[in-house]
Design a protein around this ligand. Structure first.
Ligand SMILES: [Zn+2]
Ligand SMILES: [Zn+2]
Length: 323
């Protein structure tokens, strides 16, 4: 009983403190709990009090503005100076060949000229580049033969001799310092997909592979991209329910599809996060699209409205080999 009395007294004190902002300007009375129930904040006091408080507020605003004018440029200059000093001690290096560059997390001119960005006319479904522009919304033969579960898939780079060392170092070589550059490029290239996306979901690794590798490169990319575009990142929205062999070991597109058939699912606890939403899957390399397709299938079965995919690089082969 005594404990209850003490608690009630404490609650009354807290409730009384809630009223302080109303009463403090004109030394108003503190309303009782019964007065407060649905009643507006009591207004009383003299005109002189109001005038004094108005002058006080005006002076305070002026002071704050003056302080901001003095401090903000100083802070910006300080930050710029610190960046310059750090650049002198640790000069920014090309993410590929380690040559000196002017901006951190970028490629030097020579590496930039070697990597091939995927551009021009693309398959409206899988993003395969066409040699001749067949017009908007055209899909390639592979997508005609076997419609994809994802709506659109885009990739940034051609997976070739120039981009391969960059991507393999990021994937297997702990070179997570590549992530800011990759995310920046992906954000520019994939802006239409990112604008439509409501959540970003990385292609998951099986828990044993994650344990061995210590990080999921797709999740690292997705996290950076989510920060850049201000969309939520759901790294656990997809689960790889069984270990699969590396897609690189599969001899054909058919074998790749079989390898990941039914390998992904949306865990029960994450169905609410994807149901009725536009999901963007993020991955590092897109070869035939079998993995992205299996992920998109799992997301659509869980109720996702639209599923797009954005990858760092893709293997560009003659179109017939994807069938
Ligand atoms: Zn370079
Ligand atoms: Zn296609």
């Amino acid at each position: 009983m005594q404990i209850e009395t003490v608690s009630e007294a404490a609650i009354d004190r807290v409730q009384a403190l809630d009223n302080v902002p109303c009463g403090i300007l004109g030394e108003k009375e503190i309303a009782t709990a019964s007065d407060r129930a649905g009643a507006p904040c009591p207004v009383s006091g003299t005109v002189e009090d109001e005038r004094r408080s108005g002058v006080h507020r005006w002076a305070k605003t002026k002071l704050m503005r003056a302080r901001r004018k003095i401090l903000l440029p100083g802070r910006k200059l300080g930050r710029r100076g610190l960046t310059l000093a750090l650049n002198l001690i640790f000069p920014p290096l090309c993410v590929s060949c380690r040559a000196r560059v002017s901006e951190a997390h970028s490629l030097c001119a020579s590496c930039w000229s070697r990597v091939s960005f995927i551009e021009g006319s693309l398959c409206a479904s899988c993003g395969t580049p066409f040699e001749v522009d067949p017009g908007d919304e055209t899909i390639c033969g592979a997508c005609h033969a076997r419609p994809r579960n994802f709506d659109r898939a885009w990739a940034l780079l051609r997976y070739d001799d120039a981009s391969k060392p960059l991507i393999l170092a990021f994937k297997h070589g702990d070179r997570l310092d590549h992530a800011p550059a990759f995310a920046r490029w992906l954000e520019r290239t994939g802006r239409p997909l990112l604008n439509d996306a409501e959540i970003l979901v990385p292609v998951p690794l099986h828990r044993w592979r994650l344990w061995r590798r210590r990080y999921n490169q797709a999740a690292v990319l997705a996290e950076r991209l989510a920060q850049a575009c201000g969309r939520p990142h759901e790294p656990l929205a997809l689960e790889r329910r069984r270990p699969t062999k590396s897609q690189g070991e599969m001899p054909s597109a058919k074998a790749r599809r079989r390898n990941v058939l039914g390998a992904f699912r949306v865990p029960k606890g994450k169905i609410g996060a994807v149901k009725g939403r536009n999901v963007l899957i993020v991955d590092d390399v897109f070869t035939t699209g079998a993995t992205l397709d299996a992920c998109a299938r799992a997301l659509k079965r869980a109720g996702a409205r639209r599923v797009d995919a954005l990858a760092l690089a893709r293997v560009v082969r003659p179109l017939a080999s994807d069938i």
